[in-house]
Design a protein around this ligand. Structure first.
Ligand code: HEM
Ligand SMILES: *[C@@H]1O[C@H](CO)[C@@H](O)[C@H](O)[C@H]1NC(C)=O
Ligand SMILES: *[C@@H]1O[C@H](CO)[C@@H](O)[C@H](O)[C@H]1NC(C)=O
Ligand SMILES: *[C@@H]1O[C@H](CO)[C@@H](O)[C@H](O)[C@H]1NC(C)=O
Length: 548
């Protein structure tokens, strides 16, 4: 009888506190008490979570304690281990304390809560670390009473001692100098990063010369200078972590590194490794306000005091800027297929808008008279125009798909280029459909089509010019930015020919009626010269983006 009453009271309190047994799952992710109309306290919690160690290997049992400051006894709690990157519940608790019970949030005993609403000053449990997990922290909601509770009580970060590539892309960002790099092998260089506050949990490994170093650089461009560098180096006192500011092609200048928690280092079988948490945000003395950086991976010899020397090979450089605070993925310097997508995108757009699109438009405007042979009831100029314009739209669509396959989203970094690009895409997509619906040539409303079609073509052309210009600025990493300059030269060339052709057309339209057959078709020659120049510009730009 007594136990029944006690059980009833407990059950009632437990469910009042929001974690009824057996019906826990909806609270797993939010960790908030269910059916509770109160909201969490916003002042700092009077509870702390302490752990027996801040590094772990797979299978380690780590004791975790929720401790109340004096006078703040608590009635209930839920405790879980979360991966820092990817935010997933991980590991299992071994339930030995009868005041605690395991809950199945993601697997058996992946969370712990109280068994009774009795007042507690502290509660201890043990967590068994899984294999292949990135950095982890404990998170708890602690209930002082029904109406007063704190959520998001957090422990220090726990870092895995073993490096693994298994959670690359799901729990951490990884960069390596080769595809499929195993951070424990001595044939490749590897780094990973997980955002933490303003800084990161950073791992790096590789087999540099002995004595030597592995370094990661964060940069606004693909050349050395003003880059934030994190170094893992051997020294006579053991492996150490350093931070530096790259000074062009000179030895980098040492910088203060502010870390928290453990720094895990090792040098075994020629593989040098460092894992640490930097609290400093990346700072490149940036010329731009950005969170995206090119990443360098360098290695080379170092002196006995840990001072690094120039790298042994040219460092690996990421093909694009990467936003570490948002991007979870895997990139490697050699097998980065996305680079080809960007270059393919650029090349197709150039071919479409410098050559096929321009030729198609010029023919419709200036060749109506010279290419007036009738084939299957249509003017030759018309057939050539349709052919080139459809080709242009197809090339644009393929280029569009390529870039979205790469970025799969919107990059703030790219500025106005993607916005203008989408507008050009939509307008050029509409153009052929508008043309299909056009009225007969001598219909009284035909002039509307002529105007809309011509005006849309003009808008597309102007926007395409701006888009390509901005796009070339994005891919051109050289300081002189010669790609946009060559493009500027091309547009001057194009405008010149528009003017010549326009004057020519004007002159002709005056003399037309008098001797139509004797008219010499000099626009064919003009156009021929123009196209030769076009192709020369196109080829130099294609070579330029191919080697950028
Ligand atoms: C004492 C240290 C260093 C010296 C004296 C130094 C010097 C140089 C020099 C002379 C070059 C020109 C290209 C070449 O000769 O291969 C270069 C290139 C490069 N360095 Fe360093 N470097 C040092 C450390 C680093 C570190 C720690 C990183 C990054 C983590 C780095 C990243 C790069 C990159 C990405 C390039 C290729 C792009 C370029 O040519 O600027 N360097 N470095
Ligand atoms: C991890 O390393 C193994 C080699 O140990 C490799 O086969 C695998 O592809 C790597 N995974 C990633 C994501 O790089
Ligand atoms: C770096 O740390 C040293 C010693 O802690 C301090 O004297 C120095 O001012 C710091 N430098 C910067 C740039 O913060
Ligand atoms: C950088 O941008 C962020 C938001 O985009 C802004 O809050 C911050 O003030 C900017 N910093 C500088 C130095 O312009």
């Amino acid at each position: 009888m007594k136990t029944t009453i006690l059980f009833f009271i407990c059950e009632c309190f437990v469910s009042v506190l929001g974690y009824p047994e057996g019906n826990i799952s909806p609270a797993c992710n939010t960790m908030l008490p269910q059916h509770n109309r109160y909201v969490p306290q916003t002042n700092p919690p009077p509870y702390t979570i302490t752990v027996s160690k801040t590094t772990f290997s797979a299978g380690d049992s780590i004791s975790v304690t929720i401790q109340a400051s004096s006078g703040n006894v608590f009635k209930g709690f839920i405790l879980e281990a979360w991966t820092l990157g990817g935010n997933a519940i991980t590991g299992t608790f071994s339930i030995t304390n009868s005041n605690t019970q395991g809950l199945s949030c993601s697997g058996t005993n992946s969370a712990v809560s109280h068994t009774s609403p009795a007042d507690k000053l502290s509660i201890a449990t043990a967590w068994v670390a899984p294999a292949d997990v990135g950095p982890v922290k404990f998170r708890a909601t602690v209930l002082k009473d029904f109406a007063t509770f704190w959520s998001g009580v957090e422990s220090d970060i726990l870092m895995p001692v073993q490096m693994s590539n298994v959670t690359c892309g799901t729990q951490k960002f990884c960069f390596s100098n080769q595809a499929n790099c195993n951070p424990n092998s001595n044939n490749c260089f590897f780094m990973s990063a997980v955002p933490y506050n303003d800084g990161f949990v950073i791992e790096m490994s590789g087999s540099p010369p002995n004595p030597g170093y592995v370094a990661i650089g964060f940069s606004d461009d693909q050349i050395m200078g003003s880059d934030d560098i994190y170094i893992c180096t051997t020294s006579s006192t053991g492996v150490m972590v350093q931070r530096a500011l790259s000074m062009g092609h000179l030895p980098p200048q040492s910088r203060n590194l502010s870390t928290t928690g453990s720094v895990i280092t090792s040098y075994q079988n020629g593989v040098l490794k460092c894992t640490f948490i930097t609290l400093s945000s990346i700072s490149t003395q940036a010329r731009a306000n950005t969170t995206s950086y090119y990443i360098f991976l360098a290695n080379g010899p170092s002196l006995a005091n840990g001072q690094i020397q120039k790298h042994s090979q040219t460092p690996s450089i990421s093909a694009s800027k990467i936003d570490l605070s948002r991007f979870v993925g895997s990139v490697n310097a050699q097998g980065d297929g996305t680079r080809n997508l960007v270059l393919g995108h650029g090349a197709l757009m150039l071919i479409a808008w410098m050559t096929t699109g321009t030729i198609g438009m010029l023919i419709a405007r200036y060749m109506k008279l010279s290419a007036n042979q009738v084939i299957h009831g249509k003017g030759l100029w018309f057939l050539i125009h349709v052919f080139f314009m459809i080709l242009t739209v197809i090339l644009t669509i393929i280029a569009f798909i390529m870039i979205f396959a790469k970025v799969s989203g919107w990059s703030d970094d790219a500025g106005a280029h993607p916005v203008l690009g989408c507008i050009v895409m939509i307008l050029s997509f509409l153009q052929p459909f508008g043309a299909l619906l056009r009225p007969e040539p001598n219909h009284k409303r035909r002039f509307i089509f002529n105007w809309v079609h011509g005006l849309n073509a003009l808008v597309i052309k102007v926007l395409a010019v701006a888009t390509i210009f901005l796009g070339l600025k994005l891919v051109d990493s050289s300081t002189i930015q010669w790609l946009p300059k060559v493009m500027g030269g091309f547009y001057a060339w194009e405008v010149l020919f528009y003017i010549i052709l326009e004057i020519n057309k004007h002159v002709k339209s005056k003399g037309n009626y008098e001797v139509p057959d004797k008219m010499d078709h000099n626009e064919t020659t003009i156009l021929g010269i123009f196209i030769c120049g076009n192709i020369a510009f196109l080829i130099s730009l294609l070579v330029g983006i191919g080697s950028s």
